[in-house]
Design a protein around this ligand. Structure first.
Ligand SMILES: [Zn+2]
Length: 179
């Protein structure tokens, strides 16, 4: 062994973080329990955030109770992917499915989810859809607040049966979409 003093030590550590929900997150989850999407609209630029972040990252201003807005749970499919599992590769995923990006009515907010209640091959851009709400929330819904794929409390999106939104309008919507 060397007599030199230890200068560096390589080791593995595990840290658990507890992050209490923000006021905005609590209001959002309360909305979800009532099958309502609650967002915040920035008073300066008009951008809407879902879930609400408690601030607008573009204007760098706080958003709060006064900026609360109820968002529609209906929207339009703006992009989608049909998943066709290869049985040689996937053991758990066997059925074809479709995942899409939905732009909610009356906003430039997009959200993601599985499109159900229709043959995945029949999904198209411009299709009108509505949220399929969960009857009961789970830990996964709470986890979605910290990030992930989908919207807490919503199990997917299904066609409303209304006429499709024309392609030119969908194009305009996606151009207006916010990050
Ligand atoms: Zn703003």
């Amino acid at each position: 062994m060397s007599d030199e003093p230890v200068k560096m030590l390589h080791t593995v550590v595990s840290l658990d973080y507890e992050r209490p929900p923000t006021q905005a997150a609590r209001v959002y989850m309360e909305g979800i329990r009532n099958k309502t999407l609650v967002g915040h609209r920035c008073s300066e630029c008009g951008r809407t955030y879902l879930p609400p972040r408690g601030y607008c990252p573009v204007c760098v201003v706080p958003t709060g109770e006064a900026d609360r807005v109820e968002m529609s749970d209906n929207g339009v499919v703006v992009t989608f992917t049909v998943i066709r599992p290869d049985p040689k590769v996937s053991k758990s995923l066997t059925e074809r499915s479709c995942r899409g990006t939905i732009m909610l009515d009356g906003s430039s907010v997009t959200t993601m989810g599985e499109i159900k209640g229709v043959d995945p091959e029949a999904v198209r851009t411009g299709m009108r859809v509505r949220a399929i709400w969960a009857d009961k929330l789970t830990e996964e819904d709470t986890a979605l607040l910290r990030g992930g794929w989908g919207v807490a409390g919503i199990r997917g999106w299904e066609p409303t049966g209304e006429p499709d939104v024309p392609a030119a309008e969908v194009q305009k919507m996606t151009e207006a979409a916010q990050i």
